[in-house]
Design a protein around this ligand. Structure first.
Ligand code: FAD
Length: 394
């Protein structure tokens, strides 16, 4: 199922920010676009409706050689932060579920190992993860702790040559089939660590959550951990507390801001194309002033999300992106992209709620993007603390 309308791609990059891409980054973008158009668009609406993960996409994603994005060595691409952002943008522009599958595997799971793993852990896990032969998950959120995941209760007790984990996790992407799930747990000294739980470990039970209103083609799991034994070498070597978990989340929050750009661009492109083709009152709706004002407002919002992200990539490349700078980009872009998708859905009238016409899927998926890795309120509190020097939430 796909809409037959051809979307005007260039208009969604109104300030021609892609002109600043290097040749390698532009080539990467074009490869991702071809993947989106040829491999994702023809199948995704059907999978989304049936809430089925498109496993057939995984080998094609592997061929793109993008997993691990900015990680250097260990068969990872070692790309620029801008290129990594373009990956998040283009995957989301194609489809939010696939983007989330990739973000969890590459950004969160590989990112945690790349940032906090020992050389041995990186050498063991990163190469097969870069080839997507080994799939990763990142289990932080718990049934009782989402926004306050810093208060997580899953425990890791020393036992013989390793640790025993007990607790529960919720909303964990890929975990029902992942080969390795990084479980964040608190040790007897109260410190949070990351533990690599391998598929099939007794006591690790992951059940797919059902009934989601967005990102329906990617699976999240409810996890219970009952006396799960993890060998000592599977504790992330360089993690010495939640502060380190946060370092991983700061890096991926920038990726989420880029996801917003992809959703906004897709919605704008489809809305422009539809407005040109759809006639009411004897003329294309694109000729009505109110419709043009709506499209102009969508273009302004989409451009703003792009400007945030291009600057974000620049700061990240220089090592100057703070957690709060990433929070402001996520806050702004999620708000604007949700609005752009909502306006696009409105411009498509009744067709806007049909999967065939694409924009409704982006709107639903944006609700999820706005929630994960910290809601609007949480990002506001982080930025507010930075601006005032006073924490309103601890
Ligand atoms: C589809 C999906 C995929 C996900 N994937 C993963 C994953 O792979 N791994 C993972 O670990 N997690 C994942 N998550 C979890 C996600 O990060 C959390 O849902 C998110 O952090 C919010 O937590 P919560 O759902 O528990 O909401 P809550 O924390 O209960 O928040 C409820 C409401 O209270 C507000 N609130 C909370 N505290 C404050 C405060 N101090 N001041 C003002 N308002 C406040 C929030 O903003 C929100 O509006 C996923 C979630 C979804 C929906």
């Amino acid at each position: 199922m796909t809409t037959e309308i051809t979307a005007p791609v260039a208009l969604a990059d109104y300030y021609r920010l892609d002109d600043t891409l290097s040749d390698a980054e532009r080539e990467l973008r074009d490869r991702l676009r071809a993947f989106g158009e040829l491999d994702v668009a023809p199948i995704i609406a059907d999978h989304w409706e049936r809430a089925e993960f498109p496993f057939e996409i995984v080998p094609k994603l592997a061929e793109l050689r993008i997993a691990g994005t900015t990680i250097q060595g260990h068969d990872c691409p070692g790309m620029s932060h801008l290129a990594s952002g373009i990956v998040s943008r283009e995957l989301s522009r194609a489809d939010g579920s696939i983007s989330t599958f990739f973000g969890v595997h590459s950004g969160l799971a590989m990112g945690a190992i790349g940032m906090l793993g020992s050389e041995e852990q990186k050498a063991r896990w990163l190469p097969p993860m870069a080839r997507l032969e080994t799939i990763g998950a990142f289990a932080l959120t718990e049934p009782k702790h989402g926004s306050d995941s810093v208060s997580l209760e899953t425990s890791a007790a020393r036992s013989g040559d390793g640790f025993v984990l007990n607790g529960a996790k919720r909303w964990i992407g890929n975990a029902s089939f992942a080969d390795v799930t990084i479980v964040w747990a608190r040790d007897e000294a109260g410190d949070v660590g990351g533990y690599l739980v391998e598929k099939g470990t007794p006591g690790f039970d992951a059940t797919v959550m059902s009934g989601k209103l967005g990102k329906r083609a990617v699976w999240q799991a409810e996890i219970t951990l009952t006396d799960v034994h993890v060998p000592a070498e599977n504790r992330l070597e360089h993690c010495s507390g939640f502060r380190d978990t946060n370092r991983v989340l700061t890096a991926t929050r920038g990726g989420v801001a880029w996801e917003c750009v992809g959703h906004a661009m897709a919605a704008l492109e489809h809305a422009i194309a539809y407005a040109r083709e759809r006639s009411q009152f004897g003329r294309p709706i694109a000729g009505f002033q109110l419709v043009q004002a709506q499209l102009a407002s969508m273009a302004a919002d989409t451009t703003a999300t792009q400007l945030y992200c291009f600057r974000l990539a620049d700061l990240q490349q220089r090592g100057e992106m703070t957690s709060e700078i990433a929070s402001l980009a996520k806050l702004h872009n999620a708000r604007r992209a949700k609005h752009v998708c909502s306006q696009a859905r409105d411009l498509l009238g009744g067709n806007g709620v049909l999967l065939d016409y694409v924009v409704g899927r982006h709107l639903s998926d944006m609700e999820i993007v706005a929630t994960y890795e910290g809601t609007d309120s949480i990002q506001s509190l982080l930025v507010g603390r930075d601006l005032t020097g006073v924490s309103a939430f601890t």
